[in-house]
Design a protein around this ligand. Structure first.
Ligand SMILES: Cc1cc2nc3c(=O)[nH]c(=O)nc-3n(C[C@H](O)[C@H](O)[C@H](O)COP(=O)(O)O)c2cc1C
Length: 220
């Protein structure tokens, strides 16, 4: 091999090394940015989830880490999909269960709810996590559109009695919306079914062992 060829090989090797180093640096940078972003997204989701939870059960009443005190249930009356149950406790005693998401078809698509039931069977409250109901009609179930959903807080299967857990049009106590009865009817039914499930399963739900690896950041 003559000197010229050796020189050329050296240059090729140098170029390849420089390219390789930059390639590795670039990949590392992308990986780092991705993991930092994923972490931030997970943190945001966790915060958003907890903000909703604390609307249903005041933060200062909860003494356990309810994101680590989770079970997953199969409950066809609440959802076709598995439902997570987050267990709030106060000094080790049952305080409330957060069912999320309770889901059923609305008028235009699935309605996903977060339902908080206190240990005494009263509702801490209900929030809509997502829906596809029609703007101006069914979307009044959304807290940002009307305060209808707040009307569940403090209610129980004794208030009103079970036969009155319906919209007014069906002989119950809950308002329907003008031109939109289906959506509130579905939500009232979903909340009633959650209360019935709670009444039947409460002891078991509080007693089951917590999941080993609950999601660190539940989806909102
Ligand atoms: C385009 C369109 C969108 C509608 N969106 C909804 C809706 O989001 N929620 C709902 O309850 N009803 C919706 N309705 C009205 C229902 O068809 C129904 O008339 C209404 O819920 C009243 O039900 P009722 O006859 O049992 O009282 C919509 C109707 C139309 C034509």
């Amino acid at each position: 091999m003559d000197e010229r060829t050796r020189q050329m090989l050296r240059e090729i090797l140098l170029s390849a090394t420089v390219l390789g180093v930059f390639g590795i640096l670039g990949a590392a940078l992308v990986a780092f940015t991705w993991s930092a972003t994923a972490e931030r997204i997970a943190l945001n989701e966790r915060e958003m989830f907890l903000r909703n939870v604390y609307k249903l059960v005041p933060r200062e009443e909860i003494t356990n880490d309810l994101l680590k005190d989770v079970i997953t249930i199969e409950a066809p009356t609440l959802s076709d999909a598995p439902v997570k149950v987050y267990r709030a406790r106060r000094n080790g005693q049952p305080l409330a269960l957060i069912f999320s998401p309770v889901q059923r078809p609305g008028y235009a698509g699935p309605i996903r709810l977060m339902v908080g039931v206190r240990a005494d069977g009263t509702l801490g409250g209900v929030r809509v996590l997502s829906h596809s109901e029609t703007p101006g009609l069914g979307d009044k179930i959304d807290e940002e559109k009307s305060d209808w959903i707040l009307g569940f807080s403090g209610r129980s299967l004794d208030d009103p009695p079970l036969e009155k857990w319906k919209v007014k049009k069906d002989g119950g106590v809950f308002d329907q919306f003008t031109g939109a009865t289906i959506t509130p009817r579905k939500v009232v039914a979903a909340v009633t079914d959650t209360l019935l499930y709670f009444r039947k399963e409460k002891e078991r739900l509080f007693a089951l062992p917590a999941e080993e690896n609950p999601p660190n950041a539940p989806k909102h």
